[in-house]
Design a protein around this ligand. Sequence first.
Ligand code: PNS
Length: 161
Amino acid sequence: MKRAIYPGSFDPVTNGHLDMIERSAKLVDELVVGVLNNSAKKSLFSVEERVSMLKELTAQYPNVRIDSFDGLLVDFAKRIHAAIVVRGLRAVTDFEYELQIAQTNHEVYPEIETVFLTTRLEYAYISSTMVKEFASYGGNISHFVPPQMVSRIYAKYGITK
Ligand code: PNS
């Protein structure tokens, strides 16, 4: 059974994340979307909210499961018996950071392999950080996130649209 983790903060989930989930789920038997619960970092959505939103948005994929983790990704991978980590590369600027994480994880847990998918061109510029910045000023985020997410994101900034 080939089980992979697609880890991330997903704060909030974007169209780019959903595209990655759809495409990587086709490559493995089971894809576990691992939502990082980073207590040191203030998030817009709680980990429970992020897990529940991802469950709603991926309900149509039978081999996708949503889980959360804190601590190291390699420990989560060991715990759920996943040997593959999937990450998206949007542009060359992602490469250095991703390479460092992948190599570190491989050094401490050689069984783990990181697989990179290049994001679709139309999603290459989208990031959760940019979505939050836009939303905080009431900017139009409907091109960046799934329709169900738009009002939930604005609501976090006290904006009703
Ligand atoms: O969506 P993000 O914020 O780019 O995801 C980053 C993530 C969650 C993949 C990365 O920060 C991570 O794996 N964090 C868990 C802690 C860990 O294992 N750190 C060591 C990596 S060198």
